[in-house]
Design a protein around this ligand. Structure first.
Ligand SMILES: O=C(O)c1ccc[n+]([C@@H]2O[C@H](COP(=O)([O-])O)[C@@H](O)[C@H]2O)c1
Ligand SMILES: Cc1cc2nc[nH]c2cc1C
Length: 342
């Protein structure tokens, strides 16, 4: 399967419509581009209001045993319980922007099968340590991708026209840094950041871990990167993005981990990024490099580095405003306002 085609002629019509609205041309800046971007993807000169679905994918990472995170792996499962109870940042932001939310356990170490309010789709209890061996088997990686695809498919069938993938996984900035280095060619020094808040010495060690992992997979084809260096939640997010693009539904990309998943999706389908909008620039080093590689430019920078889909959820109201302005403003002609050429 490949990504759905864009409606470029509709985008042109939407641009003409934008230019007829009662404001100096271009005065609404990127809000104008956003409205036209949705027009091209919905195939409607005046796009429908957005009905967003956020899926948070959670999994643990074997590489945590190398001392790459400020927090222990146990926090991943504890945060999943917090998501299920509605107490995390993403719960608040989802309520705020009117998005539906699902939480998917694709590979958390503890048994959460007795917890209500989450989808139980555990592929395995955390990945293997990517410094020493492949994070997943090819079959496990495929299974995680399929889970992400089916979550996207269900959200679309339920009427969502905007999809957001969030991540929860202690250690996943190390896996993401490996993927981003592999896809951009940038050095670990440029890409590796402080994640959940490690010290400078720990970051230097994290750089060495990423270097070691990259050396371990040197010479392997790009198609094996996700399986070797990724995480179960990152693979599920990649599948989620691939399905959205194939179904012709836009996605908003969150931060560092989401961008690594987007790069992994692009290895499988290079056109998948046509359906991606970048929300924010994460404070994590190397995020701008990842976005540049994706050909995306973030809409805001609030110096966030949370994950969970939080940055993407934060901009949903801005996207709604862009469409409401595009659809609801009077034109120079209808309002009897003189345009610049008289
Ligand atoms: O999304 C981001 O840009 C981001 C940047 C830094 C950290 N995080 C979150 O923090 C966790 C990973 O951090 P670490 O230090 O354990 O690799 C994981 O749960 C992510 O959702 C997320
Ligand atoms: C508490 C906590 C919440 C998070 N949400 C996403 N990543 C996280 C990492 C930690 C440590």
């Amino acid at each position: 399967m490949t990504s759905a085609p864009l409606h470029m002629e509709i985008e042109k019509e939407a641009r003409t419509h934008q230019d007829s609205l009662t404001k100096p041309r271009g005065a609404l800046g990127r809000l104008e581009d956003v409205a036209c971007w949705f027009a091209a993807r919905q195939g409607k000169v005046t796009p429908d209001p957005l009905k967003a679905h956020i899926a948070v994918f959670a999994a643990d990472h074997g590489v945590v045993e190398e001392g790459v995170s400020a927090y222990p792996s146990v926090v991943t499962g504890e945060m999943v319980k917090n998501f299920a109870r509605g107490g995390a940042a993403i719960n608040v932001l989802a309520r705020q922007c009117g998005a539906s939310l699902s939480v998917v356990d694709v590979g958390v170490i503890p048994d959460l099968s007795n917890i209500e309010g989450i989808e139980h789709q555990k592929v395995r209890k955390g990945t293997a340590n990517l410094l020493r061996e492949a994070a997943m088997t090819p079959a496990e990686c495929e299974a995680a991708i399929s889970i992400g695809r089916s979550v996207a498919m269900r959200a679309i069938a339920a009427g969502s026209n905007l999809l957001i993938a969030g991540d929860m996984g202690i250690g996943n900035t190390t896996a993401s840094a490996c993927i981003i280095c592999s896809c951009t060619g940038a050095s670990p020094e440029m890409v590796v950041g402080f994640g959940t808040g490690i010290e400078h010495a720990a970051r230097r060690h994290k750089i060495d871990v990423v270097k070691g992992a990259l050396a371990r997979v040197a010479g392997r084809p790009k198609s094996e990167l996700l399986q070797h260096l990724g995480g179960l939640e990152i693979a599920a997010m990649a599948g989620f993005y691939l399905q959205a693009a194939e179904s012709g539904v836009p996605v908003v990309i969150d931060g560092f981990i989401a961008s690594a998943a987007a790069l992994a999706a692009r290895i499988i389908d290079p056109a998948a990024s046509d359906w991606m909008l970048a929300s924010h620039t994460s404070h994590e080093n190397g995020h701008t490099l990842a976005l540049a590689e994706l050909g995306l430019s973030a809409l805001i920078d609030f110096e966030m580095r949370l994950g969970e889909g939080s940055g993407a959820a934060l901009i949903v109201p801005l996207l709604q405003s862009a469409i409401a302005l595009h659809n609801g403003m009077a034109t120079f002609e209808s309002a009897g306002v003189t345009d610049k050429d008289g």
